[in-house]
Design a protein around this ligand. Sequence first.
Ligand code: ZN
Ligand code: ZN
Length: 332
Amino acid sequence: MRRRVLILSLVGLLLAAAGLRWWQTHSNDAEDSIHFRPPNAQERLAAIGDLQSLSPELQRAFDPGQDFAPMPLPGKRDWLANYYEGGQTFAQFLREEPNKPDRERHTIYLQPLNDFSVERAPSLEQLREFTEAYFTLETKLLPTLTIPADQITTRVREGTDRPQWFATHLLQMLEPQLPADAYCLLGITLADMYSSQTPTYVFGQASLRNRTGVFSFARFDPAFYDDPDPPAVETLILRRSCRTLAHEIGHMFGITHCTFFACVVNGSNNLDENDSRPLHVCPVCLRKLHASLGFDPVERDRNLLQVYQQLGLDRDANWVERRLQKVVGSQP
Ligand SMILES: [Zn+2]
Ligand SMILES: [Zn+2]
């Protein structure tokens, strides 16, 4: 028993270290290009694993059919041209014995840091609804935690007069606040962040071992870059924020960057690449989530469809609706 705990905590440490790496490199442009060969159809199926022992409904849920785009060849600035990632098959995921919700720890907490009532900020209640439907775990919104400017390490962003918060310090502040029943606690902020290892900025930082993470939505509003508004800018900001939650909470379940299909858990190196990624998990990552959460995939998709329709995420609602018809075999 003692040995098992040690092994698990070592895995936690390794994952935490890897988690920090993912996060902190999200904003970098590496100089050397890495050759990445997208897996072929056979390799993609092998990553999902053998489905024969599963119920017909689960077999349909994990069968990619034509609904999931294969991983594309990365462009020069894209994640997989700059960072080596071997991919994590479903079988590898199981071997790594990742964190799972249990009787004691089964709630996702979202902790807003400072004011979200500013114009065009994503709606906290909508983010909560999305997270709950996506992960099929009760998700609670904590009261806003106001952090006075003199209690957080900040710096002025290079070339501007805008402040940036030190992500590591925020993470340290969150760790003691982890509720006893928390599967994970995620700080969310509209402040821009930096870390000691990146010269520019980070979208977030997380510790799997401590089940805490902090994400910034600052750069999801085109106004951050003084760019003109595209059509439906509020929906764009909301979708980017939802995508970040799905991606980063996916890491909290021990799912590493997906290299098999276009998937919400693909790494991304810039906002354009981020926007090109879907909001859904691919069959490999869906099977991982299912192994940890045990949901009914049809019920999950029906709930997601409803939430996407309410949130105005039409493209994603249409995708889920089409997919449901395949998995159920009739109109949802
Ligand atoms: Zn990531
Ligand atoms: Zn995936």
